[in-house]
Design a protein around this ligand. Structure first.
Ligand code: PNS
Length: 163
């Protein structure tokens, strides 16, 4: 049986930590769908289309990875894709409680969808999209945190925000 995994998230923007999880998932599963959530309650730096475009570019070397977006319940989206697994990256103990809660809720909603946690690599355990944006806004370097393409796009956003 071919296993398709969905890796959901905001990806605002994609970081090296996300890419690490995507690359390792692509080696583990037959197909990986990176799914950008449409979340009305957040005010993102990048639109859904911009986030998808960045994700498509930074995963272009992975032939079994595709990028999509969804809104509504994650488990409904997973079903609609004929996927079996949800991948979540776990960075630190602080992630665990909320992720555990979401995994159990998703299992209650659909007991056939399995949530699998992938431990992040040590070097990315502190990394988050929010921190990347904060460091960039305060003038700090983000070139070790996100791919060069994303560094450039964040700088463009910040320039536009100033004018
Ligand atoms: O990158 P993020 O913002 O931590 O990703 C959060 C995400 C997309 C995984 C989460 O918000 C989600 O699963 N949204 C879908 C809504 C849903 O299914 N909610 C009920 C189950 S917890």
């Amino acid at each position: 049986m071919l296993i398709t995994a969905v890796y959901p998230g905001s990806f605002d923007p994609v970081t090296n930590g996300h890419i690490d999880v995507i690359e390792r998932s692509a080696r583990t599963f037959d197909q990986v769908i990176v799914a950008v959530v449409r979340n009305a309650s957040k005010s993102p730096m990048f639109s859904i289309d911009e986030r998808m475009k960045l994700l498509t570019q930074v995963t272009s070397h992975l032939s079994n990875v595709k990028v999509d977006h969804f809104e509504g319940l994650l488990v409904s989206y997973v079903r609609a894709c004929n996927a079996q697994v949800v991948i979540k990256g776990l960075r630190a103990i602080s992630d665990f409680e909320y992720e555990f809660q979401m995994a159990l809720m998703n299992r209650t909603l659909d007991s056939e969808v399995e949530t699998l946690f992938m431990m992040t690599s040590n070097r990315y355990s502190y990394l988050s999209s929010s921190l990347v944006k904060e460091v960039a806004r305060l003038g700090g370097p983000i070139d070790k945190l996100v791919p060069p393409l994303v560094v450039a796009e964040v700088q463009v956003k910040l320039l536009h925000a100033k004018h």
